[in-house]
Design a binder for this molecule. Sequence first.
Ligand SMILES: C[S@@+](CC[C@H](N)C(=O)[O-])C[C@H]1O[C@@H](n2cnc3c(N)ncnc32)[C@H](O)[C@@H]1O
Length: 188
Amino acid sequence: MSILRVLEFTKDLISKHLNQGDIAIDATCGNGNDTVFLAKLVGENGKVFGFDIQEEAIKNTLAVLSKEGLNNRVECLKVSHSIMDQYVKENVKVVMFNLGYLPGSDKQITTKGLSTIKAIEAALSILATKGLITMVVYQGHDDGEEAQIVEDYLRNLPQKEFSVLRYQFVNQVHYPPYLIAIEKKDNS
Ligand SMILES: C[S@@+](CC[C@H](N)C(=O)[O-])C[C@H]1O[C@@H](n2cnc3c(N)ncnc32)[C@H](O)[C@@H]1O
């Protein structure tokens, strides 16, 4: 077996946490690829909430969902993920982030450190026990500023309540993306 690439490892981790009937969030819909992935995993009795601030991303996501016949289990919201807890009240099993900008679109419209931290806090407040947050992080889009802010925040999450993992190749050129995963521990 080969070492899994970052996105493969992310999806493998998610598929081990998410069951049919669960609730999941795609915090950065973009072109809808991850929304489709989550929608398939939660099945017809589950639900996915998708967030993006760009009209184009919401349109693209709705189009791929429709092609796959998955619209009825997904609610797409043109709202910042930093206030996701105002729209989702249920216990969420997985929150998936893919940071950065929409490929092929305006690079200025990108995730930003401080609002990403607000989004992590919102996600933690609705995350189920044993729930998982994944963030694929790109350092290239802003010279690593967002990645640094996010890591400084995560380093201080209490170890008794959360496991925080980084999965990263260390010998690749050009700022390859890496994964940060946060799991809410079961302390019962
Ligand atoms: C790298 S793309 C996501 C790719 C996507 N997951 C896919 O499968 O195609 C990042 C997305 O985050 C969105 N975004 C930026 N800031 C955001 C925010 N505050 N709330 C929600 N989405 C945001 C961008 O508009 C962009 O579409």
